[in-house]
Design a binder for this molecule. Sequence first.
Ligand SMILES: [Zn+2]
Length: 118
Amino acid sequence: MARDSTLVYSTDSGRMCPDCRHPLAQCQCQKPPMARPSADGIVRLRRETKGRKGKGVTLIDGLDLEDAALESLVKTLKNRCGSGGSIRDGIVEIQGDHRQLLYRFLQEQGFKVKLAGG
Ligand SMILES: [Zn+2]
């Protein structure tokens, strides 16, 4: 007697998520809205000019903050630099080369900061 092993809805693992079809305890839909690329506690500043206009952008990687705190910090950084900026996948982009300014400011805020590459 062959047993059907391709059960989609298993009764003994409880309720399934209708979206990802994983048990609710392992639901894949609840990922944090922004990925945190590096979590070693070190904030890295680097400049990226490739494919960018003018002076490029300063990228800030490794800011391990809640989304609201990150957004408010970025607002402050943009004011300090007098530049626009955005957050992409947890990496902050500030228009222009502001590494020295950002380095000092983030250190004052208590971050461990490193200048990387660029
Ligand atoms: Zn799900």
